[in-house]
Write a protein that binds this ligand. Structure first.
Ligand code: NAI
Ligand code: MG
Length: 501
């Protein structure tokens, strides 16, 4: 690993965005928290305060839900045509494009990720997601259904279904892809005709606030999207429990996912959850290692391992194990770790002091249980929240580092000899978000894909996302699918209408 140093200058609009205390969006107005309190967000490359943000709490959530409720029940949003709804979402995407660099810099400063990655991935993917969902606004359809009703012989019916928006939606998102997660949530909810209260993660609220400004500029009616910044235990919990919220969509830890579920029980609001993962990568003897080695390395090191679908368990067929591991170690050593704002940086700091401590804790636990770091294994530097890209070997199935999500640049590698056994091992997890198979034998790959318990299976690739491709988890990785047309199911109710003719 080498350390990058020279940073790109911060763009003027970004400087002024972070230098003024931000406000949050309720009913089309930018407001302070009712308490007047703010909290700081930090630049994870330095640990310095980046910006001050309203500390929204229950009272603010109440105000925002009231606005979203009124916009849904009485406002213009239900009355405008699907075509107009789609046009507004498309317009938002158009408005984001000239702000691409601003978004990328905010993302880098707030989250720590390389600005080059945010420019190439986070921001364009978010824009594309809005465009994809804009198209769906006019294509949300019901069915006509021929029915027989045996107990009313001779009667005729006209029966059909309507797909209606679920209503007021609470959306709670994490810090690993702040803007993209906002897009994944907002896009389909807007296409379906819902109104929204969005709560960004306390670590990374800035890009969502800039997005809020563009939503106002695009002409979204007041109250359709409200953005409350605040902590999970206060603002997030109040949103999940709110009796006037019809649905809550959450991405984050499995632990908090279970709290959301409990809170939602109060009014049985609909729930969708995108939670943790411990995704296996399977490298078979016949894999193309020129693609496979960088592939499995980037599966874990992309976004510093802070991906719910990171390839954090690496199973390699025994005959090529040493070769693959030394290749992944070489890849790890080549990674330039540094501030996200340095264009030479491949890997930035982890998002927070807390996340750095959590990952270092896992490294200690792994080593104390007998695992060995063949590269990395610790903190990097004494400023900012950097952790070395790490490969652990000598792990066993009962270790915490194998069972729990680390959410850092740490992969556990094990050799295997028997394919059936490794599939069992790959599935031996409370999680089931993603998996990857590396082999030239595509028919074998598809047979393995069918046996893996995962919402996404990648073959000879990893971390490939598209607005049209559904994403979500089996088992404790979640409920429901985001993106693709499946996402619309999260935000619609089906109404059966039956008329006797
Ligand atoms: P978290 O689950 O606490 O935070 C995610 C979001 O939930 C944030 O907006 C937070 O404010 C909110 N939240 C927290 N507590 C809440 C509550 N009681 N009620 C309602 N909302 C609440 O995740 P955290 O603490 O930032 O990271 C912990 C671990 O979670 C990570 O190490 C990683 O393993 C996992 N994680 C998974 C993510 C994913 O993409 N699936 C994203 C972020 C974290
Ligand atoms: Mg937490």
């Amino acid at each position: 690993m080498s350390v990058a140093t020279a940073e790109v200058p911060i763009a003027e609009p970004v400087k002024s965005f972070v230098s003024t205390t931000r406000k949050m969006l309720i009913n089309g107005k930018w407001v302070e928290a009712a308490s007047g309190k703010t909290f700081p967000t930090f630049n994870p490359a330095t640990g310095d305060v980046l910006a001050n943000i309203p500390d929204g709490q229950k009272e603010d959530i109440d105000r925002a839900v009231k606005a979203a409720r009124a916009a849904f029940d009485k406002g213009p949003w239900r009355k405008i045509t699907p075509s107009e709804r789609g046009r507004l979402i498309w317009k938002l995407a158009d408005l984001m494009e000239p702000h691409l660099e601003e978004f990328a810099q905010l993302e880098s400063l707030d989250n720590g990720k390389p600005v080059t990655v945010a420019r190439a991935a986070d921001v364009p993917l978010a824009i594309d997601l809005f465009r994809y969902m804009a198209g769906w606004a006019t294509k949300i359809e019901g069915n006509t259904i021929p029915i027989s009703v045996p107990y009313t012989p001779g009667a005729q019916y006209h029966a059909y279904t309507l797909r209606e928006p679920v209503g007021v939606v609470g959306q709670i998102i994490p810090w690993n892809f702040p803007l993209l997660m906002a897009a994944w949530k907002l896009g389909p909810a807007l296409a379906a005709g819902c109104t929204i209260v969005l709560k960004p993660a306390e670590q990374t609220p800035l890009s969502a606030l800039l997005l809020g400004e563009l939503m106002c500029e695009a002409g979204l009616p007041d109250g359709v999207v409200n953005i409350i910044t605040g902590y999970g235990e206060t603002a997030g919990a109040a949103l999940a429990a709110h009796p006037d919220v019809d649905k809550v969509a959450f991405t984050g830890s499995t632990e908090v996912g279970k709290l959301i579920l409990n809170a939602a029980a109060s009014n049985l609001k609909k729930v969708s959850l995108e939670l943790g993962g411990k995704s296996p990568s399977l490298v078979l003897q016949d894999a193309d290692l020129n693609a496979g080695i960088p592939g499995v390395a980037s599966a874990i090191f992309f976004n510093h391992g802070q991906c719910c679908c990171a390839g954090s368990r690496l199973y390699v067929e025994k005959g090529i194990f040493d070769n693959v591991i030394s290749g992944v170690v070489e890849q790890a050593k080549k990674i330039k770790v540094g501030p996200g704002m340095d264009p030479a940086t491949d890997m930035g700091p982890l998002v927070s002091d807390e996340q750095q401590q959590r990952v270092l804790g896992y490294l200690e636990s792994g080593v104390s249980e007998g695992a060995k770091a063949v590269v990395g294994g610790g903190r990097l530097g004494d400023k900012g929240y950097f952790v070395e890209p790490t490969v652990l070997v000598n792990t066993t199935p009962t270790m915490k580092v194998i069972q729990e999500e680390i959410f850092g640049p740490v992969v556990c590698a094990e050799p295997f000899t028997d394919l059936d056994e490794v599939i069992t091992q790959a599935n031996n997890s409370i999680y089931g978000l993603a998996a990857a198979i590396w082999t030239k034998d595509l028919s074998k790959a598809h047979r393995i894909a069918a046996q893996l318990q995962a919402g996404t299976v990648w073959i000879n690739c990893h971390n490939i996302f598209d607005a049209a491709l559904p994403f979500g988890g089996y088992k404790q990785s979640g409920w429901g699918r985001e993106m693709g047309h499946d996402a619309l199911e999260l935000y619609t109710e089906v109404k059966a209408v039956c008329a006797r003719l």
